[in-house]
Design a protein around this ligand. Structure first.
Ligand code: SF4
Length: 468
């Protein structure tokens, strides 16, 4: 049976149309163009999945082949609903393997435990339904994309605005929360997580291109995968759940620094702390607490506002003493009383956070918080922000001073003569401090060096390279 012929599916129709075109004298596809056969089974949802995959294949320049013999590989979109459908799907896979040998299986049967793998251990890849990205990833792996004179000028890691040795990896777009001071959800919509296989492939490409530090970003990193019910995706043929812990664990296998931003203090965040203690993920958490008063947090509608953040911070530090915590806060939120602001200062003293930013509340147009009663006058907001920063500056400086005499690993950002500037695990680019290194020879951006810390100031560390 040729791909798509005799079975319901879009490829059959499209291919028949193309065959007629060829008979009318249209040029045959160049032999260099990779050809994919497609068998589509199942319900209309499966049909839509097939259409998406076929569209993507065509958009990337692959040709859809009408027969097994003329295909470089075959994709079988399966159904797993009732026994008869399972049987039909297994037959189709067996036939494709016998006739062609290079087969990717997608669709509902692919998600049904190990039925497919148990019957056919020599498939190129198996994915579940609604998995265009994973299927395309498998296609790229086994049948490289045809040359495109436009897009091939773009390197596999994409065009980056960051230096060559670090890169941001965005894992999702949008946000399911509705913090009253924020208008991001109204602009970007609800959370949409990127397929885990795509994210990991991007990270792999970046590391191959020389990136030494991957900065994981999103609006709410800890919510990664909630929208897709943490479904299992595939990376390099291995299953990986669409979930923060599993994602960063897989990312850590690439050998680059992995740094987490915008993590909310949900209980499941506790799971990544052991990865930090083991050195797999940088012991660094960027957690935007925003306030400490339960009433203000409720008015802000903050995620995880009911969590006991101080207890959580204590537990994190017990499990990973070298953990650096960065956070941001808002002073002068509508309705904030002097007592509530002082509660925030007390929290700071107790929490002993390493890096902190504080903004005086600013009424963003369209934000729900603007309608809250008792706005705090401008000058009081500013004054509270200044008081906040004064307290935190002392705490940050004291925490940095504790590092004097220790040796820290530093990723070099710039170097000139015998001096270099870099960052330790405690310093994210652009927002945190830096490590100024003297008496260093031959270091270049992207190098890791060990630095003995001899001095600290309010934001930065100073030291010299160990061994130089
Ligand atoms: S501030 Fe709140 S609503 Fe805005 S992006 Fe962050 S979590 Fe979402």
């Amino acid at each position: 049976m040729p791909p798509a012929a005799g079975r319901p599916g879009p490829a059959g129709g499209a291919d028949r149309a193309r065959s007629r075109g060829k008979a009318d004298g249209a040029p045959a596809p160049s032999p260099a163009v990779p050809r994919v056969g497609f068998v589509s089974l199942g319900c209309p949802k499966a049909l839509v999945d097939s259409e998406r995959i076929l569209t993507q294949l065509r958009a990337e320049g692959y040709t859809i082949s009408p027969d097994y013999a003329g295909s470089d590989m075959v994709i079988v979109n399966t159904c797993g609903f009732i026994d008869a459908a399972v049987e039909e799907s297994l037959d189709a896979i067996g036939e494709a393997l016998a006739e062609n040998g290079k087969v990717i299986v997608t669709g509902c049967l692919g998600a049904k435990g190990s039925v497919v793998r148990d019957n056919f251990p020599n498939l190129l890849a198996v994915t579940g339904p609604h998995a265009t990205d994973e299927v395309m990833q498998a296609v790229h792996e086994h049948l490289p994309r045809p040359h495109d004179p436009f897009s091939d000028l773009v390197p596999p890691q994409g065009i980056r605005l960051t230096p060559r040795h670090y890169a941001y990896v965005k894992i999702s777009e949008g946000c399911n929360h509705r913090c009253t001071f924020c208008i991001i959800p109204s602009m970007r919509g609800d959370l949409v997580s990127r397929p885990v296989g795509d994210v990991l492939q991007e990270a792999e490409n970046l590391v191959r291109a020389g990136v030494k530090e991957l900065l994981v970003i999103s609006q709410d990193t800890s919510a990664y995968g909630v929208d897709v019910k943490y479904r299992t995706g595939f990376w390099g043929g291995r299953p990986v759940r669409t979930r923060m812990t599993e994602l960063v664990q897989a990312m850590s296998s690439l050998g680059a620094w992995v740094r987490l931003h915008y993590v909310y203090p949900y209980p499941h965040v506790d799971e990544v702390i052991p990865l930090m203690a083991e050195g797999k993920v940088l012991p660094y958490l960027d957690v935007p607490f925003q306030h400490a008063s339960p009433r203000i947090l409720k008015l802000m509608k903050r995620p995880a506002s009911a969590e006991n953040n101080l207890a959580r911070i204590r537990a994190w530090r017990e499990a990973c003493p070298e953990l650096t915590i960065r956070s941001t806060f808002i002073a002068g939120f509508p309705g904030e009383t002097e007592a509530e602001f002082e509660q925030l200062l007390e929290f700071l003293e107790e929490a002993q956070l390493d890096r902190v930013g504080c903004f005086a509340y600013s009424p963003v147009e369209g934000a729900a918080a603007n309608a809250l009663p008792d706005p705090v006058p401008d000058e009081v907001r500013e004054e509270r922000q200044a008081r906040f920063m004064e307290v935190q500056a002392r705490i940050s400086a004291a925490r940095l001073a504790r590092k004097v005499g220790t040796t820290v690993r530093v990723l070099v950002d710039s170097a000139e003569g015998t001096r270099a500037i870099g960052r330790s695990a405690a310093d994210a680019p652009e927002i945190d401090g830096r490590v100024h290194v003297s008496r260093v020879r031959g270091a270049k951006p992207g190098d890791f060096i060990d630095v003995k810390v001899t001095r600290s100031d309010e934001h930065d560390l100073h030291g010299s390279r160990v061994g130089d």
